[in-house]
Ligand binder design. Sequence first.
Ligand code: FAD
Length: 451
Amino acid sequence: MRDRPVEERIKDFDEVDRGLSLEEAMAEAERCLQCKKPMCVSGCPIGIDIPEFVRAVAEGEIDEAARIIEAANMLPAICGRVCPQEVQCEGECVLGRKEAPLAIGQLERFVADEMRRKARPVPKCKPPTGKSVAVIGSGPAGIVAASELARAGHHVTIFESLHEPGGVLMYGIPSFRLPKEIVREEVSRVLALGVDLRLNHLAGRSVTLEELRQFDAVFIATGAGLPRFLGIDGENLCGVYSANEFLTRVNLMHADRFPEYDTPVKRGARVAVIGGGNVAMDAARVSIRLGSKVYLIYRRREEDLPARKAEIERAREEGVEFITCANPVRIIGDEWVNGIECVRMEMCELDKSGRPVPRTIEGSRFMLDVDAVIVAIGQGPNPLFAGMIPDLRRGKEGTIEVDGDGQSSVPKFFAAGDITTGAATVILAMGAAKKAAASLDRMLSGDEATA
Ligand SMILES: Cc1cc2nc3c(=O)[nH]c(=O)nc-3n(C[C@H](O)[C@H](O)[C@H](O)COP(=O)(O)OP(=O)(O)OC[C@H]3O[C@@H](n4cnc5c(N)ncnc54)[C@H](O)[C@@H]3O)c2cc1C
């Protein structure tokens, strides 16, 4: 087992998975069949040459492996940790038909971590083109777009509303899954390409649309950070958080170290986390580390939980109590939360996605004594900036509509990541940003009459 022991890891926010040693990485890499038609590559949204980098690891050529990975991916230490490889590259690995698929994510992480220990030259950029691009948002989509456009020779300025770059990588994903110094290092490698970063700049407010129109193009990567709520009584009580607020308070504002930092959060409480996705698992496991008793309430069955299997397993090992087939109907309290009322659910016919539709069982109400409730039932696109751009075509729930190349309905305005898809994954945001940046580059280089 590479994971740190449970009793040790629930006391801190240090990384849980310890990663591979050189010997383990080389042995794992030797399992690769070097398929003539590597399905793993087609399963990777950013097209890393997986067989080639794995071959280099098997031969102990870690610098070469890093060169191959970085040609396609400027954020390998991040992707090696948080990508859902089991449904992407590893999901396609032919070894998986008979035994465990090749641990591609772990190998990518190993190579990236080895390289972090060395001074490396910054990748070369093309000569300056004299064109300028404003990138709005510094999550994975914005960072990848900035890196691709800077390497193409354009001058890039990122505007980020928060006081640290990284988007969800920084404020959402807890450090026991993704240490923050890794995000800082990978982002600073992109900044070293000559990218300007303006923190505490909210596009649409502190930097206006008119100012942004002065750039030759605008790349919108504002993500999906708008939390959804349950719409039930008691949701405005003190002690009810959206998962985004709760995680931001801890990850970005160090609420776990209150009063050293001035943002508080409930500690040692009885907490109900509502939801069953990765965000719910993160909120539950953070609460465990704050000394709380944690109930995770999910309306479908255990086998329907949408979170990654490994994260469900870790949450369970760490003491999260799962209450499945249950749905909250009321949060109870005076000023502060002191309980949550739920109903039991039964599973009925399958919906379009093949999941059973949950239906309330009459007379099944039950109560849980809790002091805090964290709502983790999904996020929608950030509406502020997109909502201010005249003629910008918007899709379901406020996403920005783009063509296959990331071009929006407004000339010179491109978009990628969660703002175009709704809440998705890091690698999908990166893949879309890479494609959109290539198309923006073609437009700026005058190869295409897009504008
Ligand atoms: C708690 C949590 C855990 C997750 N875990 C995983 C995981 O393990 N694996 C995985 O693949 N995916 C995971 N995801 C999803 C993944 O993080 C997102 O799909 C990804 O970050 C989307 O990237 P993005 O760049 O589009 O948006 P974001 O990462 O949301 O970045 C958007 C950035 O834009 C900034 N911004 C917004 N509006 C403005 C404005 N008007 N002006 C300036 N800046 C602005 C925001 O502050 C933010 O920094 C998780 C999500 C959450 C919330």
